[in-house]
Design a protein around this ligand. Structure first.
Ligand SMILES: Cc1cc2nc3c(=O)[nH]c(=O)nc-3n(C[C@H](O)[C@H](O)[C@H](O)COP(=O)(O)OP(=O)(O)OC[C@H]3O[C@@H](n4cnc5c(N)ncnc54)[C@H](O)[C@@H]3O)c2cc1C
Length: 483
């Protein structure tokens, strides 16, 4: 099939039977017709259509080495730095469409799967079939351009002990039995963003390390969302109907759901790792999956910071505050964040090397720095929008107000320095969707946590970083004998 059109995605999204729970309703098919999902489904469809845009097709797709069809460029297994650049251009097109507000454009997990499959030998250690399974899964997803979601974290019941020591050993998803057909999984995993997907990858956490007693919880597999016994319990929807009132929430609520495995059979050909704590602990690093995910996230964060820079610059112009020094300083801070993220990305490209699986891999040090810094910087950018907008974010007539008889007064009293009242209201409603609304709050929580607990990520970074050359330089000075 190759790179899909939006209509292909909608068709597969609407197929069933799935089990998606939203606000007490069980939805089994026709997901794109559910009011809370409709806009997101169409935003995703637009991303697929971009792949077929005649001006973009060469930047969005490449020729599959197996089928000869054009497939999505985020599946490309890079061999050169030029390949990495091409991947980044493709990912930027998708990220720009939502101003970086979609965390789960499919390139995020496509990049992970590409890296994992390129390192398929890693999975052969326990069972040679697992290596073959990973490779075939990657080709299946690539050739059919499937959308993936993923889930890594055990439910948040008692974080002071691991999954095996919870009051209920089947709280966290674990192997119930192995039989001729595959493995049966019972329990839950906490959080999968984008349940509007074709497939789910159930993988070990990139940060939390398991111990020997976590054996039944140490696995990796990929199965269709439409698998018997697999249930997604969505959070309250933040999707809004009016794109005037909520320019982001009306388009980009990608949803997050708890995943319940009600004795789900995972066929053997979809199992990648099983009862292998060491493999689970090292999977993402050993395969470079974490590097390619960090690469995609950095591209997305550049798009997001550019978008926010545009918003604050327009706010400044609109209400005439650009002359004030503290305003300039705050906007400059966003510029520094942007330039830092761009520099991290370029450094990762410039120092890329072929990894042990033969894949041209960006340098992880700058990308690892970027993925640790951004969760700390994003809340500050949100705060700057609040500080610059002030009560402007409360003076927000709705689309209905704009169509009512009070419109004349709105035009008079909502005027701005250099733009119409309507433009000003549209801009401040956008600012509210980033810095105030439920959608905006969820964005902040997403940036803080989606890659893992920032505290443990920082700790892992601290341990991983080679401090020795710098300590040695200090030691050398301390013992230097000046002539
Ligand atoms: C919007 C959003 C979308 C997400 N999407 C996905 C997704 O698609 N797939 C997925 O797998 N996950 C997803 N996540 C989950 C994400 O991986 C987790 O939020 C992250 O790993 C942190 O785990 P937790 O939320 O369970 O927090 P917890 O681990 O429960 O932490 C709660 C608090 O306790 C502290 N704490 C807990 N244990 C320790 C410890 N051992 N040492 C020090 N401090 C500790 C933490 O620092 C934190 O302050 C998403 C999260 C969010 C918010």
């Amino acid at each position: 099939m190759g790179a899909r059109m939006g209509s292909d995605y909608i068709k597969s999204l609407d197929s069933g039977p799935k089990e998606i729970w939203l606000g007490g309703r069980k939805i089994t098919s026709d997901l794109s017709k559910v009011p809370e999902f409709r806009a997101m489904a169409h935003s995703m469809a637009h991303l697929f259509d971009l792949q077929q845009d005649e001006n973009l097709i060469d930047e969005m797709t490449y020729v599959s080495p197996t089928s000869g069809e054009r497939v999505g460029l985020s599946f490309l297994q890079p061999k050169t730095i030029e390949d990495l650049r091409k991947r980044n251009v493709m990912m930027k097109h998708w990220a720009d469409y939502s101003g970086g507000m979609l965390g789960r454009t499919p390139d995020y997990l496509n990049s992970d799967l590409m890296a994992i499959a390129s390192a398929s030998e890693f999975f052969a250690k326990k069972d040679p079939r697992f290596s073959e399974n990973v490779r075939k899964y990657y080709e299946h997803v690539r050739e059919n351009d499937l959308v993936m979601t993923h889930t890594l974290i055990h439910p948040q019941a008692n974080r002071s002990v691991g999954p095996g020591k919870q009051a209920d050993p089947f709280l966290a998803a674990r192997v119930l039995e192995k039989n001729d057909e595959g493995i049966v999984i019972r329990g839950a995993r906490m959080l999968a963003t984008l349940p509007l997907a074709d497939e789910i990858m159930v993988f070990p956490s990139t940060v939390i390390r398991g111990t020997a007693e976590d054996m039944p919880y140490a696995f990796a597999f990929g199965i269709p969302v439409a698998t018997k016994g697999l249930k997604f319990l969505c959070r309250e929807s933040f999707s809004e109907q009016s794109s005037f009132d909520h320019p982001l929430a009306s388009r980009f609520d990608e949803q997050d759901a708890v995943v319940i495995f009600d004795d789900v059979l995972v066929p053997w050909n979809r199992v990648f790792l099983l009862e292998d704590v060491e493999g689970a602990n090292t999977l993402q690093e050993a395969t470079s999956g974490i590097v390619f995910m960090s690469n995609q996230v950095t591209v997305k964060n550049i798009a997001k910071t550019e978008f926010i820079l545009g918003v604050v610059s327009l706010i400044s112009d609109t209400i005439g505050i650009g002359e004030f020094q503290h305003v300039q300083e705050k906007i400059a801070k966003i510029m520094w964040i942007l330039e830092s993220m761009k520099a991290f990305l370029r450094a990762s490209e410039a120092d890329a090397m072929i990894n042990r699986w033969g894949v041209m891999t960006p340098d992880f040090t700058p990308l690892n720095s970027a993925r640790n810094l951004f969760p700390r910087l994003y809340p500050e950018m949100r705060e700057i929008i609040q500080q610059l907008s002030a009560s402007g974010m409360m003076a927000l007539p709705t689309e209905s107000d704009m169509k009512s008889e009070i419109r004349g007064e709105i035009d008079k009293y909502y005027q701005a320095k250099n733009t119409s009242s309507e433009e000003r209201i549209r801009l401040f409603r956008l600012a509210w969707d980033i810095a105030g609304s439920s959608f905006g709050s969820r964005q902040e929580l997403y940036e803080r946590f989606f890659f893992g607990d920032p505290v443990r990520m920082a700790s892992a970074f601290y341990t991983w970083y080679d401090k020795e050359p710098y300590k040695q330089r200090v030691r050398e000075l301390l013992h230097r004998e000046d002539s």
